[in-house]
Design a protein around this ligand. Structure first.
Ligand code: PXP
Length: 236
């Protein structure tokens, strides 16, 4: 079975557009779970542009599925993670000006500090995943950190314009997936996945978890979040 992690950051983005109390991501998490979500994913950004500390703390108490916290390796965010103890932490790079996470972590460049954060999170009982581009050097470095999972960045696959480009991206993802699975790690993927492009990714051997946000939340505006999640779950 492939676990579906529903990223609900966009719900908080709408709330922050008016700096009010609604829609509350906590309500969204309930609907997503009712629709069959196996996990709830939120990104606590340093600038708190959508999800805030209060959301993470309340979600920790209300989510009965897996709570996956996307986070940068920043000391203040690591301290919150160690205190809140999500079930899983996914380490991502973060740039203030970006609209969304643009690329995978550069583990090669930051292996010492990333390994240290992985160890501290895992010592606290938090399963740790690294968000990486499907690049063999990055994946090999990721495996060296001792993390339990690697989430492959499917953004380039999702943006591919031609069949050839798409096939090229899929073969990079397949090769990186084999390295991850052969090392005994959990294989995750996400970013830019939609109802139309998810199946080839879900079909990669040993895929364990997909994290999907934008497409599900966009559809939920039309059909409701519970049904939008159930529809994606049926596809997987
Ligand atoms: N996985 C990671 C690590 C992400 O940063 C994001 C975006 O927040 C997603 C998955 C979900 O991407 P999308 O919103 O494009 O489905």
């Amino acid at each position: 079975m492939i676990e579906l992690g529903v990223n609900i950051d966009h719900v908080a983005t709408i709330r922050q557009a008016r700096k009010t109390f609604e829609p509350d991501p906590v309500w969204a998490a309930v609907q997503a779970e009712l629709g069959g979500a196996d996990g709830i994913t939120v990104h606590l950004r340093e600038d708190r542009r959508h999800i805030n500390d209060r959301d993470v703390r309340i979600l920790r108490q209300t989510v009965t599925a897996k709570l996956n916290l996307e986070m940068a390796c920043e000391p203040s965010i690591v301290a919150i993670a160690l205190d809140v103890k999500p079930d899983q932490a996914t380490l991502v790079p973060e740039r203030r000006e970006e609209i969304t996470t643009e690329g995978g972590l550069n583990v090669r460049a930051g292996i010492k500090s990333i390994t240290d954060v992985v160890r501290r999170l895992q010592d606290a009982g938090i399963a740790t995943s690294l968000f990486l581009d499907p690049d063999s050097e990055q994946v090999k470095a990721g495996i060296e950190t001792g993390c339990q999972a690697i989430e492959l960045h499917t953004g380039s696959y999702a943006l591919a314009k031609t069949v050839t480009e798409r096939e090229t991206e899929l073969s990079k993802l397949a090769a990186a997936s084999s390295l991850i699975v052969d090392a005994g790690l959990r294989l995750h993927a996400g970013h830019g996945l939609t109802y139309h492009n998810v199946l080839p990714i879900a079909s990669i051997n040993q895929m364990r978890e997909l994290n999907i946000g934008h497409s599900i939340i966009a559809r939920s505006i039309m059909v409701g979040l519970k049904d939008a999640v159930a529809e994606m779950k049926r596809l997987l």
